[in-house]
Design a protein around this ligand. Structure first.
Ligand code: ZN
Ligand code: FE
Length: 255
């Protein structure tokens, strides 16, 4: 039996995610932006929360842990870097670890850059990647604690995953990301296709997530810093991809 995944809004623009194993009834929340919508989703489905898989220490990803843990006594898994203030952690995980949610399993990928502790969870048999604030649809997270080369390496690690991977990211930023990406690649057909799709989804008040990694590889300018035409578009022809990536990220910060 394959996993069931639910997507719902939390806070102003975060995504809440539940992944449920029908065989064992185990259910994990990916991060816990706020308890209310997560509790409501669990009740709607009749599911019991067994695990919280934390990606990084920011408040908009851990704010609901306390209340959820009190109600469900669930296990809290968090990044290995324990210098960061994540409440009520039961188990620390790092690159190469395999996390079980019932019979489902996820590989832990270190994806630092946005924060130093940031990890992503890849459920290989479900083709589902939970990458929070590392990779967004048509965007990527702000590089707050790490460096541009570090973040670029993290994006390359995610880009190496199979095309059929569904990308479940931390925020609904896709429309703004598309608008920015078009300033660098106005003629990219994959980006124009995604732009149309996103306009329709947002008009219907639907989430733009999950997206397909294969499509992100073609349309997401932040995954394309090593494409010569992108380097040329930002005036850095022939420069290292990490530098091109840094320039794109800085332009986005100012946009
Ligand atoms: Zn964050
Ligand atoms: Fe966030």
């Amino acid at each position: 039996m394959t996993a069931e995944i639910r997507v719902f809004p939390c806070l102003s623009d975060n995504f809440g995610y539940l992944i449920h194993d029908p065989a064992t009834k185990a259910t994990a929340s990916i991060d816990a932006p706020e308890a209310g919508p997560i509790l409501a989703a669990l009740e709607r489905e009749g599911w019991t929360l067994t695990d919280i898989l934390v990606t990084h220490h920011h408040a908009d990803h851990v704010g609901g842990i306390d209340e959820l843990k009190r109600k469900y006594k669930c296990r809290v898994l968090a990044p290995h870097d324990n210098g960061t203030p994540i409440p009520l952690v039961d188990q620390r995980v790092k690159e190469g670890d395999v996390v079980k949610v019932g019979n489902l399993s996820a590989r832990v990928l270190a994806t630092p850059g946005h924060t130093l502790d940031h990890i992503s969870y890849m459920f290989d048999s479900e083709h589902a990647l939970f990458c929070a604030d590392t990779l967004f649809s048509i965007g990527c997270g702000r590089v707050i604690e790490g460096t541009y080369p570090m973040m670029w390496d993290s994006l390359l690690k995610l880009r190496a995953l199979p095309n059929e991977t569904r990308v479940y990211c931390g925020h609904e930023y896709t429309a703004a990301n598309v608008k920015f990406a078009l300033t660098i690649e106005p003629d990219n057909p994959a980006l124009k296709k995604r732009a149309d799709e996103v306009t329709k989804l947002r008009a219907a008040n639907k989430p733009t997530i999950p997206s397909l990694l294969g499509e992100e590889k073609e349309a997401n300018v932040f995954l394309r810093a090593d494409v010569p035409s992108v380097a040329t578009a930002v005036g850095l022809a022939g420069k290292p991809a990490a530098a091109v990536f840094g320039e794109i990220r800085e332009r986005k910060n100012k946009s």
